[in-house]
Design a protein around this ligand. Structure first.
Ligand code: NZQ
Ligand code: ZN
Length: 380
């Protein structure tokens, strides 16, 4: 086990009807800016619940934070927040609204252009932020990360600032999710776990089993959710899987990869393909190309999650990769670039960008532009 310091200050508020707790969680003397996406919350009753809970608070609303939140939109929100002297933020939505609001929370206390903060990768001074989560996927509700895009340059980068003060998770708000978003959310959660698990063996038995328990739960509930996405217990388990997959808990003292994510962000930035879908395409390629380095962990996840425990070494590796891809397909996701009309020129551009930035992603820094190209060619 590697050394670590761990602190996660986010208060989790879980369950049916818990949006009403907002009135207690946000101090009444604050000027609150509530941020939203494209309007799904007006169709499923979330907006009314939030307004009712905050009827005695001083609020201003900002609408239109899009999937893959764009700096162009967030600049407008920061300008509004500054003009209104906002000193508390409430994000009501998915990872995109929450991530965008994390940048707003830093941008409100920064005099320059907020894109500087994204390029720097971090911000220390932030306005406090709470969230009402509407889609289980990113874990943004309980971590300090955010991923921000620039439409003009087709770039997308991770940025780190502060944890939400609190996050409210009511599984009932997920009942209105489109099937595709559920599939992408499950894939995203699955790959978050793999990024922190599919590295080296023997670093922590406990982290391994925590990670496997999330993977096993996802494999068990995915077909049930496909059958009925309005089953409270299944959606509650899905929500907790997503939060626990990326709130730091399963990463304690173990190596992390994140190469699949870094490649996925480029695919989204260049083509617009939804985040979780890019990962479902790329992860089997990463496993295939790095089968030597990751062989022991691939064997372990094969045996413990997919029941692949006999046969030759090569058979077990191939079968585990096949079952991983099959799992993504079972969600309703395609697992190749060409099925999504993504051409070879996208692969070339990602290689070029990675080489220009001289990246070395992955737990051993092995994923360079050349290796990323190899991974993408495998899943073409
Ligand atoms: O905008 P609205 O109208 O609300 O619709 C959204 C959006 O179109 C819709 N939706 C959300 N909740 C709904 C709903 N529709 C019906 N009923 C509901 N209850 O779903 C669509 C997608 O929303 P989005 O927020 O984009 O999804 P997600 O949570 O998957 O977030 C994706 C973003 O998070 C980043 C991704 O890169 C991407 O930009 N990530 C953030 C991470 C983090 N902060 O730690 C880590 C992840 O790896 C990821 O990179
Ligand atoms: Zn992700």
């Amino acid at each position: 086990m590697n050394n670590f310091c761990f602190q996660n200050p986010t208060k989790l508020i879980m369950g049916k009807g818990m949006i009403a707790q907002l009135s207690k969680e946000i101090p009444s003397d604050k000027k609150v800016m509530i941020t939203f996406g494209g309007g799904s919350v007006k169709k499923n009753g979330v907006y009314e619940q939030v307004k009712e809970a905050l009827k005695n608070h001083n609020t201003v609303e900002f609408w239109g934070i899009e999937p893959n939140p764009a700096i162009e939109t967030l600049r407008e929100a920061i300008a509004l927040g500054k003009a209104e002297n906002v000193d508390f933020l409430l994000a009501v939505g998915g990872g995109s609204v929450i991530d965008g609001t994390k940048l707003i929370s830093a941008g409100l206390l920064y005099d320059g252009d907020a894109w500087d903060l994204v390029k720097k990768g971090k911000a220390d001074k932030t306005v406090p932020l709470g969230t009402v989560l509407t889609i289980p996927a990113t874990g943004s509700e309980m971590n300090d990360g955010a991923v921000i895009s620039c439409k003009e340059t087709k770039e997308k980068y991770a940025f780190f600032s502060n944890f939400p003060k609190f996050s409210i998770l009511d599984p009932e708000v997920t009942f209105s999710l489109p099937d595709y978003q559920i599939a992408c959310g499950i894939a995203d959660t699955f790959v978050h776990v793999m990024e922190q698990y599919l590295t080296k063996v023997g670093e922590s038995r406990l982290m391994d089993r925590w990670a496997e328990s999330i993977l096993q739960t996802l494999v068990e509930i995915a077909p049930k959710i496909k059958e009925n996405k309005q089953d409270y217990q299944n959606m509650a388990d899905f929500m907790m899987c997503a939060t626990m997959a990326l709130n730091g808990f399963i990463a304690l003292g173990v190596s992390q990869d994140w190469a699949t994510h870094m490649i996925g962000h480029e695919v989204t930035a260049l083509t617009g393909l939804t985040h979780g879908h890019t990962l479902a395409i790329i992860l089997p390629g990463t496993m295939d190309v790095l089968r030597q380095q990751k062989s022991e962990k691939i064997m372990q996840v094969g045996a413990r999650v997919f029941g692949v425990s006999s046969g030759t070494h090569d058979f077990r590796i191939n079968e585990t990769i096949r079952k991983t891809r099959e799992f993504f397909n079972s969600l309703g996701l395609t697992t190749s670039l060409s099925e999504n009309n993504i051409g070879r020129e996208v692969i070339d551009e990602i290689e070029r960008r990675f080489n220009e930035r001289d990246v070395h992603f992955g737990e051993d820094g092995l994923v360079t532009g050349t290796v990323a190209k190899e991974i993408l060619n495998k899943v073409y």
